[in-house]
Design a protein around this ligand. Structure first.
Ligand SMILES: [Zn+2]
Length: 810
């Protein structure tokens, strides 16, 4: 593909002066220099290389994005001089600049100097350009900015990528891509301690208030808005050869929701090689394109595969795509434990999208394979000697499908009609127990920050045997299924399997939990690992957390990176609610640790909270905060649900009269009703942050209607899309006796917070051995005065004594 290595054209070298390329929120100015454009590819000019004096200006859209820009560049607005820059585009950029170009006299010299660089840089955007151009071939007119679609009006497919050598900031990227929901973004590849991160400085939509996109996580747009092509059904036949090999063929039922394009993109592990792709039985072209280094896609171990169809896709068209592929996608950890999925996705998919799955596996006798979905009989057709088979069918659409296998033994527990099985091996992985020091997210016991030298780890003796403790694991999960089903609605599937997985990571997939070996330890074995008390509590709650993902994450998925936190935080808060009902002190200890953790400083002395709001999703994991996503989406996210719940509880308790007659269960009603509604409305769908908050708004007690509006906009703006960790204090409190009671007046100071932060602060009267909720006052900005009725004789009031707000630790 010539797009991948196109060089500079010595007949197109120019002097360039005083001209600006404007793309929505950014502007690239060429003050003075030389620019060479690339050779034609299919009659199009698609790139350029510039050397000279120039400047980039980018103004991020909102406060959160400006804070992000400041974190990475030191200033809220990107204003940077550059000396060289490489450009790639699919539009009329050349024509746009042409009036400012004069032929240069040192053309050959310039091309000789920069051609190699230009050719190397061409690869990054080749796939994106191919998708653009393939869409309109062969009917398109070269050089046109807007192309008429076969079945539609003007296509707004415009893309410009600038890779700039800045004078202060080094090499960075600027993108404008009209085909991604967040059209403008900027970022930089940064490697710290050998770990490559693609730092996203900013990313936003220029045409909608709350943008959403996956562009920043490395998934390229296909020259068409998302959801234009949907996979409704997967049928996968896989042969697993332990310890590492998988050979598979996958048939995908594709539905074209919006046609016009000639290509579709899929994610696939970089360890898998595709041998063939067919569309409706005819071989089609495909391109396996390496993921951009440091992006979330690359960090997941995946690449992109573009399938190119012979004709443009038609709206409403149904296509059966058939992939034949294989490779070393499993890894082996010893003791009959395999690691499935640690090396990227094992089947071609288009991200998390609800679909039906029919999975058949063949594997050697002696191994037990457990997969997502329900096991059905009659799998064996053409088994070779020494082979076993199993067949798994999804009971309802699922966002993802997987399997695990090992030399397991099996135990069973029951939660009503739901069968809960645990599969564990007799031993643990070779590397055990390396790495179990400090962690605050149950999905991963990988230490994301070492606060103190870890206690020396002592290998438990005798060697732990997960199989011995499997019944306790099955029982704990069955208990969690019952706890959650009674609160959130029925468990979504007919059974649940928990399978031992080597390493520190646990994951809750639909009806299949990959559970870290650590979670199979007995209490005594855990004690010997010398975890901190809070890590121990969290380790004990991993089973509940992963079980909660069956509702939050599996039954309901997330729309894009800005919404992923919802499901993580909800699963975690569900487990925390269970912990709270079991042990309030343990619950408080965890919540306190989450709060303290947000103020932990990184190497540069910045607190973790500065990584950004929960809505930054995986962008939070960056070179400054390598575990930012975990800390913010689990820690802050859990607190956000805690705040919502207690805000609503307090409103119910207050409204039900000062007698405090409302039972605890009643007080939780609006919160749980919102979660039930969320489940009903979004099951088998993905959800956005705004959509979730809308459900909570419907259940919002009137006393929480800020400025009389039944809206949580203030919660979204200040708390969800912000990083506030405020401090509250009472000032000028006065008590006046009136017939039948007291009146308390005073001022709430809200400090260390953005000026426009709104927080409903509960105020209690304390006295006579009782603590009485007087009301919730919306603290709006730095100072808010209040007036509340109180029991006669009240002489002391306090703010939020039960710590229901995410404030700065005292
Ligand atoms: Zn989780």
């Amino acid at each position: 593909m010539h797009l991948r290595s196109v060089g500079l054209d010595k007949a197109r070298v120019y002097n360039i002066r005083d001209v600006t390329l404007d793309r929505a929120a950014f502007h690239i100015t060429f003050d003075d220099g030389t620019i060479a454009f690339t050779e034609d590819v299919a009659g199009r000019i698609t790139g350029a290389f510039f050397e000279g004096e120039g400047e980039v200006l980018l103004v991020p859209r909102d406060q959160a994005e400006r804070a992000s820009m400041t974190l990475f560049t030191g200033a809220a607005i990107l204003e940077e001089r550059f000396i060289t820059a490489y450009f790639r585009f699919n539009d009329d950029s050349f024509a746009e600049l042409k009036p400012s170009l004069r032929p240069a006299d040192h053309a050959l010299e310039f091309v000789t100097q920069w051609n190699g660089t230009a050719q190397n840089l061409a690869e990054t955007d080749a796939l994106r350009l191919l998708l653009s151009f393939s869409k309109f071939l062969p009917s398109s007119v070269p050089g046109e900015a807007a192309v008429v679609k076969p079945d539609g009006p003007v296509d707004p497919d415009r893309m410009l990528h600038a890779r700039v050598q800045g004078s202060k900031l080094g090499i960075f990227d600027l993108y404008f891509d009209s085909m991604t929901p967040e059209q403008v973004w900027a970022g930089q590849l940064k490697t710290v301690d050998g770990d490559a991160h693609y730092d996203v400085w900013t990313s936003f939509s220029v045409d909608q208030p709350a943008g959403r996109a996956d562009a920043t996580t490395g998934v390229l747009s296909e020259g068409a808005k998302p959801d234009t092509v949907k996979v409704s059904q997967y049928r996968i036949r896989a042969k697993v050869e332990p310890p590492t090999k998988l050979d598979a063929d996958a048939s995908l039922q594709l539905e074209v929701r919006q046609g016009g394009q000639r290509a579709a993109l899929f994610e696939l592990s970089r360890f898998l090689q595709i041998n063939q792709v067919e569309a409706d039985g005819q071989p089609v072209e495909f391109i396996h394109n390496q993921a951009l280094e440091g992006t979330q896609l690359a960090r997941r171990g995946n690449d992109l595969v573009a399938v190119i169809f012979p004709q443009p896709l038609r709206t409403g068209q149904k296509i059966e795509l058939h992939f034949v592929y294989g490779g070393e996608v499993l890894s082996e950890a010893g003791s009959g434990l395999l690691y499935v999925g640690a090396r990227g996705t094992w089947y071609p998919n288009r991200g998390l999208d609800m679909a039906g799955f029919d999975l058949r596996f063949r594997y050697p006798v002696g191994w037990t394979l457990v997969a997502t979905g329900k096991r059905v009989e009659g799998a064996a057709s053409e088994l070779s000697p020494g082979e076993e088979a199993s067949h798994w069918v999804s009971e309802r659409p699922m966002p993802v499908a997987g399997f695990n296998l090992g030399k397991y033994s099996r135990v069973v527990a029951h939660a009503g009609a739901v069968q809960v099985e645990a599969y564990a091996s007799a031993g643990v992985e070779r590397s055990f127990p390396k790495g179990t020091t400090e962690a605050l997210n149950p999905d991963s016991l990988t230490p994301f920050q070492i606060r103190r030298p870890a206690a020396p780890l002592i290998v438990p003796a005798p060697t732990p045997s997960p199989a011995r403790n499997a019944q306790a694991v099955a029982d704990a999960s069955a208990h969690a299924v019952e706890f959650f089903a009674s609160r959130f609605g029925p468990y979504p599937y007919s059974d649940l399997a928990l399978t031992q997985m080597p390493g520190n990571v646990s994951q809750g997939w639909p009806s299949l939990i990959f559970l870290s070996s650590f979670s199979f330890l007995t209490p005594e074995e855990k004690t010997q690992l010398h975890m901190s008390p809070v890590t121990r509590i969290l380790s004990d709650s991993v089973v509940a957390h992963e079980t909660a993902h069956q509702w939050w994450g599996d039954l309901i998925s997330w729309k894009d990176y800005r919404d992923q936190w919802i499901l993580e935080a909800l699963a975690n808060y569900s487990a925390m609610m269970m912990l709270e009902s079991d042990s309030a002190p343990k619950f408080r200890a965890v919540m306190e640790t989450y709060r303290e953790n947000l103020l932990e400083k990184n190497k540069e002395g910045s607190p973790l909270a500065d990584a950004g709001p929960v809505t930054f999703g995986t962008r939070l994991t960056c070179s400054h905060f390598p575990a930012g996503y975990e800390a913010i989406s689990y820690g802050r996210g859990t607190w956000l649900f805690h705040m919502l719940r207690y805000m609503m509880r307090d409103a119910v308790r207050k409204n039900n009269g000062r007698s405090g007659s409302a039972s605890e269960a009643q007080a939780d009603t609006p919160f749980l009703r919102a979660l039930n509604k969320t489940r009903q409305r979004f099951q088998e769908k993905s959800i956005t942050t705004r959509e979730m908050l809308q459900v909570f708004e419907e259940e919002l007690p009137p006393s929480l209607w800020f400025e009389g509006k039944q809206s949580l906009d203030w919660f979204y703006e200040g708390w969800v899309n912000g990083t506030a960790l405020p401090r509250f204090a009472l000032h000028s409190v006065k008590y006046t006796e009136k017939p039948g009671g007291s009146v308390v007046t005073g001022t709430i100071a809200q400090d260390e917070a953005p000026k426009d932060l709104v927080t409903p602060v509960p105020i209690y009267a304390v006295g006579g051995g009782r603590t009485v909720l007087l009301g919730q006052i919306f603290a709006d900005g730095p100072e808010t005065s209040f007036r509340l009725s109180a029991p006669a004789g009240t002489r002391k009031v306090v703010l939020d004594p039960y710590q229901t707000l995410l404030t700065r630790p005292r």
